[in-house]
Design a protein around this ligand. Structure first.
Ligand code: NAP
Ligand code: ZN
Ligand code: ZN
Length: 348
């Protein structure tokens, strides 16, 4: 029997989130039923619910930074047991057979991965995310949350953590590399912590110096305001890797000028507007511009284990469900330190 659970949903693009109920599918042989305890608020939740990335099925329950406890497992489930603390990130399924899925790069599934929300599940119904009491997910897309990270600090790792860990690993952040993180929000603060733990020299490029003390405490050795034109002059040609986490349009040419020879600017921030650049921002120093999408399931587990080993969790402000609309406004105003996490026990 499907289970009816309480949730917070966006009824339409221009309406605030409101309490509702949704159905979770029956637990199949390979499924895990998770009692959600915490759900992080990602800026992607806002882009999606407000229709900024395209049409979505309303009402929509967003949330893809999910931590909870296993309440029931299907007859064939071997990896997870009742009582385990587990996590679910941005995907709940993929084709499992294409060349990318075979390599553990389910986020680049050639048939398109199934997003945790706003996608179509195998049952033909729209998927609904983590701002809810329970979720049913196929076992292969359920992660183990290691001991040593609290559930509220672990939830944001399932998106903000993996989205920054994956490009930092791919582009070789480590001792001797100079990494700049643009934007100190949910993704940005995880990028700083993880890059520092990998041994890189980390610089924060933020709109102002308001969060400078935090940035240095989180692991950066330098912090600059991008509102100050001197910043771009002073840092010209000085980074091997720039991780852009900004949710809005940015002057790419200005940031590309900060890359050293062979440097890469990887964009994880996903504003709805197009970004443009001059090829002459790339040519004079063999620079690259790139993008990166979350991370695969094996790499997400690797990231969780890495964070546990290095004592890394997100810096969170835990809120009650009824504060979610206010929290969204604060995210939009860049007033988040550094991830809001919903205590889902307060839903309904
Ligand atoms: P967030 O917490 O709102 O952080 C974004 C930060 O960007 C802000 O804190 C702010 O930092 C900076 N910023 C905001 N508006 C700006 C503007 N107009 N100009 C310059 N800087 C600005 O958001 P998030 O949850 O980290 O997500 C960031 C972006 O990544 C979103 O677009 C989200 O959809 C995307 N995302 C992508 C992936 C992926 O797989 N590629 C995964 C998750 C999220 P300062 O105050 O320090 O300047
Ligand atoms: Zn996200
Ligand atoms: Zn695939």
């Amino acid at each position: 029997m499907p289970t009816t659970v309480k949730a917070y949903a966006a009824p339409a693009a221009d309406q605030p989130l409101a309490p509702t109920t949704i159905e979770r599918r029956d637990v199949g042989p390979h499924d895990v039923l998770i009692g959600i305890t915490h759900a992080g608020i990602c800026h992607s939740d806002i882009h999606t619910a407000r229709g900024e990335w395209g049409e979505v099925p309303y009402p929509i329950v967003v949330g893809h930074e999910i931590v909870g406890v296993v309440e029931e497992v299907g007859s064939e489930v071997t990896e997870h047991a009742v009582g385990d603390r587990v996590g679910v990130g941005c995907m709940v399924d993929s084709c499992r057979e294409c060349a990318n899925c075979e390599k553990g790069l389910e986020q680049y599934c050639l048939k398109g991965n199934t997003g945790t929300y706003a996608a179509t599940g195998r049952d033909g119904q729209p998927t609904q995310g983590g701002y809810s009491q329970k979720i049913v997910v196929t076992e292969d897309f359920v992660l183990r949350v290691p001991e040593g990270i609290s559930s509220e600090q672990a939830a944001p790792l399932l998106c903000a953590g993996i989205t920054t860990y994956s490009p930092l690993r791919h582009w070789g952040a480590g001792p001797g590399t100079r990494v700049a993180v643009v934007g100190l929000g949910g993704l940005g603060h995880m990028a700083v912590k993880i890059a520092a733990a990998m041994g890189a020299e980390v610089t924060v490029l933020s709109q102002s110096l308001k969060k400078q003390e935090d940035g240095l405490r989180l692991g950066a050795s330098r912090y600059f305001a991008t509102s100050d034109p001197d910043t771009f002059e002073q840092l010209k040609g000085s980074f091997d890797l720039i991780v852009n986490t900004v949710s809005a349009k940015l002057d790419l040419d200005a940031y590309l000028s900060l890359l050293a020879v062979d440097g890469t600017m990887v964009n994880v921030g996903a504003p709805p507007e197009a970004l443009s650049l001059q090829v002459f921002s790339l040519i004079p120093a063999r620079r690259s511009v790139a993008g990166s999408n979350i991370g695969g399931i094996p790499e997400t587990q690797e990231m969780l284990d890495f964070c546990a080993e290095h004592g890394i969790g997100a810096e969170v402000e835990v809120i009650r469900a009824e504060q979610v609309n206010e929290a969204w406004e604060r995210v939009l105003a860049s007033d988040v330190r550094y991830r809001f996490v919903i205590d889902t026990a307060t839903i309904g």
